[in-house]
Write a protein that binds this ligand. Sequence first.
Ligand code: SF4
Ligand code: SF4
Length: 535
Amino acid sequence: MNLRTLIVLRRLSQTAFVLLFLVLFVQARLSSDTMVDYSLTLENAQPFTIRSPVDFFFRIDPLLRLTTLLAGKLWLAGIGWAIGLMAMTAILGRVFCGFICPFGTIHHAASLGIRSNCDAAIPPRSRLIKYAFLAAILVSGILGLELAGILDPLCLLFRSLALSIFPGIGLMLKSAFDAMAASDIKWINLASYAAEMIISPIFGYGYPAYQTGGLIGLLFLALVWLNRFSPRFWCRVLCPLGALLGLIGRYTRLVLLTDEARCNACGLCQSRCPSAARSGKTPASWNPSECLYCLTCMNVCPQEAISLRVAQAGAPPKFAPTRRAMLSGMVAGLFLPAVGRVDGRLFAASDPALIRPPGSLDEIDFLAVCARCGLCMKVCPTNAINPAWGEAGLAGFWTPVIIPKQGYCELSCTLCSQLCPTGAIRPITPEEKKTKPIRIGSASIDRGRCLPWSGNGPCIVCEEVCPTSPKAIVFDTVDTTGADGEPLKLKLPKIRLQHCVGCGICENKCPISGSAAVHVIAAGETRNPRHGLLL
Ligand code: SF4
Ligand code: SF4
């Protein structure tokens, strides 16, 4: 196959996989039909499901599957995809990085867009950092803490788009549409409604916002900006999935051969290679562990001396992750789970605000597998699930936590449990949620702030919205005297803990501004018997 065909093929493949990623990403939400149907007919509504394989990219990710296996001892359905990808890498090298990885493609495009300076490339030894990250992730996985998702490119991309980039763009567009809708000019008015109808399915109907979204977005932009210093900086220096594939693909049969008779030692292939896969004396030696199959070297060679061939596996390349890099990664892998646990939040002293989605595993098992990918946060129709900031301690940073003031857990919904790609949230059914209640916490009333309890007037909102049957909020009716001295009948709400599932709708809908008069805390959650409400 000639060079031009190969480059066209690579571009087509990269574009197709980025589009596939985006299409699946956008489909990771409840359809508007289901939501409308549900709000109109409640009981007879369509079930809350997403039929597209929105978790496809997580299922093919070998790093994620490996750490789930090591840390959570979970052999998940669909693991064959990841094994297939590893087999492909063993034969064809890191073609995933050059032809498939959507995060790699973004860096590829960014390198071209912001004109990276290849000649002033960073030291070749910087490549070792990704192997140190890989070692740290694997060791901490063996010790029971899943860290892969923080740096795994597919998780990082999904999390950044879902929790920061798309919500940010959506909010900006909404402000523009609101301004257009306020205009006196009719066609601008109409255009704003039409545009909102078109973009809402892409950016989410509720314009969700997430805790730490700004930080996640800044990190993403910083990683893209690093291409300024070296093309595909992420792939070359930081990506632990690339490191894993590089190790697997060391003996690849798909090789980039240099014809020594043609090579005039100009060094262009070395200086233009974004991954520093070509080094040493000319003709440069080629390192299959580092090669991204971007074909830049073939493209820039003025002598057309480089060709892509299927060949017998040669001697393994000299460059390999050094012992020091692997050791420092392993020490970090030992250290990180310990740091995560010394704050004690994994045990009984759990933060009251650590309300996990329904179906979540016990906290220790949860942290062993949750990849912090953000899929549960994206699909949650009420924007209830957010990335944890301090609620879950250091070990649980960016793991999912429900913030009732922001969104409540809908009783008929099990989307997060259906789609979690790592099993951190086990599959549950709506019936299970309703009939043998899965408690995620318990509500309590702040009598000082509650309108009826504080004598400031009637209010029955929390009882009205409580979805359990029988209701977890009931009233004691008392005769009292109002502030104006007139007799007043007040309904005082009280919580029946045996019926409360901790969904948080009472806290979410409580009309008291600022801190609500009813709060949900994690105590009483069924996933953790040590975390009962009563000692
Ligand atoms: S719990 Fe949420 S963030 Fe964690 S792996 Fe599952 S879907 Fe991803
Ligand atoms: S937290 Fe509740 S409402 Fe949100 S996705 Fe999970 S089950 Fe559905």
